[in-house]
Design a protein. Structure first.
Lengths: 465, 219
């Protein structure tokens, strides 16, 4: 799972790092607290120790004697948890609280400064003890002064501190983790943006990723734009190749046709019939391949933004109405201005051109092109008032791309292009009976669920979701 | 009638010349765009057949220059590409018809004749009826001095009405003049044609007299 997700990786790392940091901090703080309270307690013990040192004297047998006892009541109570003791080689004196026990001897041989020790004391207590050696008078033997207190209270305080601190640190961990989560979310947001932009780029090959990404992603965006440039070049090249192919082959074909005409006039009729047939076949194959190449160059499932379908249709009609058949036809155009279909303008021209030409071929008087922009779909309809088509045979119109009573090169290949273009762009074709009486060809594209915004509009990555 | 053939292919060119000569034209042949432009600008041709892939100056540029200079001769363009984008481009540049290679010569001759016939079948140069001026030489109409681009059929419809000023023509009459026949479908077609025309030139140029027919308003 770590491998699949940046988010998990980042958050996981954050969680562990914060945990480790807080645990270390907790341990450190616990230790500091313990030391602090022990030092305070030790300071208090040392104060009493100094009092003892001040009141210390030696009796006739060189035994230590305390002239004025510390007043703390706990020194008087047995096993109270607070003890003092003074010792030298001759003897010792101690607080009543020690009763008949004594404090343990120091580990080190000499301690001319106050030292703090943890020792096991009488009454099965653990003690915090301060001790030092002092010389009560010049030349006399050293006296060891020890003051100790039970550390159970200290430990209890330490435990309570630890408990509360642990709880606080847990809460802190949650807050820090939440902050890390927000940070990761903000940090990864440009990637979600890239995904959105890429989706729009996929649909419209002329678009590029805008330059709105953070520095770290910019090289990636640049690489993608370069890829898109290469793709567009490929598309242009494919289109140009189709055009070049046309020029290089069709003119010689026309020349060959001219040759056969000349030869026919010179009387070589039979042979030339065969040549004509062959020429026809070559021409038809060429048309098919060119149509396929054109359809294959349609990788752009672009919205026809900018291309007003109505204007496109008027252009097509202006071509068709000048032909022999077209000039007898009355055209009706009923396209809502907001209608958009997911076909690029160039390809839509080919598609509608083929359909209108076909309609004109069969129409008696009228051809109607209409459209509808519904919530669920975009629809285009081409109708004629000609003989129409038998419903059973409508399949053949798509498969062979020809009306069944047809002959001759070039016919119906236009409809093969229509089929290819509609299929590639995700639409469907349906045939039916037109209101005008003839054939109705209905093209339908389901509405896109993606946003229609062109990619080139700059938007601030912080503002967008 | 004189025709200009502009085609640089050494086989197709002469073949076109021969076919058009047989059809009754007196044909001039040229193989490059600059020469074509000059000839078309100077001489008076009833028709030009123009290939788009030419040396020195391409066919569309020749056509655009002719139109810019006011040369209104009918032009049939030939091209190898055959896609609709190029067809539209050609018509927008001012061509009157388009034929893709390879074509049957019979088809080309028929279209050439058609172009000339359409241009010739119209009478006096300028007809003025109310706000409408019909320019038969250019197959164009002016509404309030503003030129409007019409299809040949629309143009002939107005021409028919303009030649019967003050009279109301039924849909059947009009269809008869436009198509040579008049059946029920034609009447509906005429209605649709009127609708389309009204969108282009305004709704008060053609008046409908309910139950009778159509007439030109203001006549």
């Amino acid at each position: 799972m770590i491998r699949d997700s940046l988010r998990v990786r980042l958050l996981g790392g954050a969680a562990v790092a914060i945990l480790v940091a807080l645990v270390l901090a907790g341990i450190g703080m616990a230790w500091l607290f313990q030391r602090h309270i022990e030092l305070r307690e030790a300071a208090s013990l040392i104060r009493d120790g100094k009092l003892l040192a001040g009141a210390l004297s030696l009796d006739a047998q060189e035994r230590p004697v305390i002239d004025s006892l510390p007043t703390e009541s706990r020194y008087a109570k047995a096993a109270s948890g607070l003890y003092w003791q003074v010792t030298n080689s001759a003897g010792s004196a101690h607080s009543d609280s020690l009763w008949d026990q004594s404090l343990p001897r120091p580990r080190a041989a000499d301690a001319l400064e106050w030292r703090v020790e943890h020792v096991r004391g009488p009454f099965r207590e653990s003690l915090l003890m301060v001790e030092r050696l002092i010389e009560p008078a010049q030349g006399s033997s050293f006296v060891l002064i020890q003051v100790a207190t039970s550390d159970s209270a200290l430990r209890a305080a330490g435990r309570e501190f630890n408990r509360e601190m642990a709880a606080s640190l847990c809460v802190l961990w949650f807050f820090l983790f939440a902050a890390a989560y927000l940070q990761v979310k903000l940090g990864l947001r440009p990637l979600a943006l890239v995904k959105q932009h890429l989706e729009q780029l996929r649909r419209n090959p002329a678009a590029r990723l805008p330059a709105v990404y953070p520095r770290e992603i910019a090289p990636l965006a640049d690489a993608i734009n370069a890829l898109a440039d290469a793709r567009e070049e490929d598309l242009q090249r494919a289109r140009k190749r189709a055009g070049d192919l046309a020029h290089s082959l069709k003119t010689p074909l026309a020349a060959l046709a001219a040759q056969t005409r000349r030869a026919r006039e010179a009387g070589a009729e039979n042979a030339l019939r065969g040549v004509d047939r062959a020429l026809g076949a070559i021409g038809a194959t060429l048309e098919t391949e060119l149509a396929r190449a054109r359809a294959a160059a349609v990788r752009s499932v672009g919205t026809s933004h900018g291309a007003d379908i109505g204007t496109l249709l008027e252009n097509i009609i202006s071509v068709v109405e000048r032909t022999e058949r077209g000039e007898r036809i009355v055209f009706e155009v009923d396209i809502p201005t907001e209608l958009r279909v997911p076909v690029a303008a160039e390809d839509l021209t080919e598609l509608l051109g083929a359909l209108v030409e076909n309609a004109v071929r069969y129409a008696h008087r009228r051809v109607r092109i209409s459209g509808a922009a519904q919530a669920s779909a975009s629809i285009l309809r081409v109708e004629d008032d000609g003989p129409g088509i038998d419903q059973n045979r409508s399949e053949a119109v798509i498969v062979r791309g020809a009306r069944l009573d047809e002959a001759g090169p070039g016919h119906g290949l236009g409809l093969a292009i229509v089929n290819d273009l509609v299929a590639i762009t995700g639409g469907t074709i349906a045939f039916g009976r037109a209101g005008l009486g003839g054939l109705e060809v209905c093209l339908r594209w389901p509405a896109s669920s993606e946003s229609e915004e062109p990619v080139s509009r700059p938007f601030h990555w912080l503002m967008r979701r | 009638m004189r025709a200009l053939v502009v085609e640089d292919d050494p086989d197709v060119g002469p073949d076109l010349v021969r076919a058009l000569t047989e059809a009754g034209f007196v044909v001039d042949l040229t193989g490059d765009g600059v020469d074509a432009w000059q000839k078309g600008g100077v001489e008076d041709y009833a028709l030009a057949v123009l290939d788009l892939g030419l040396p020195k100056l391409d066919g569309l540029s020749v056509l655009r220059r002719w139109r810019a200079e006011g040369r209104e001769l009918p032009v049939l363009i030939l091209s190898a590409r055959g896609d609709w984008t190029e067809k539209v481009e050609g018509i927008q540049a001012g061509a009157d018809d388009y034929l893709a290679k390879p074509f049957a010569m019979g088809e080309l001759v028929a279209r050439a004749r058609g172009l000339v016939r359409r241009r010739a079948g119209l009478s006096s140069p300028l007809l003025e009826v109310g706000r409408l001026i019909i320019d038969t030489a250019r197959m164009r109409v002016l509404v309030d001095q503003r030129p409007v681009r019409l299809s040949p059929l629309e143009y002939r419809f107005l021409d028919v009405l303009a030649h019967a000023p003050g009279r109301v023509l039924t849909a059947g009459d009009i269809a008869e003049q436009l198509h040579g026949t008049a059946d029920a479908a034609d009447a509906n077609a005429i209605e649709a044609l009127v609708l389309r025309l009204r969108r282009k030139i305004g709704s008060d140029i053609i008046e409908t007299r309910r139950g009778f027919g159509y007439t030109l308003g203001g006549s």
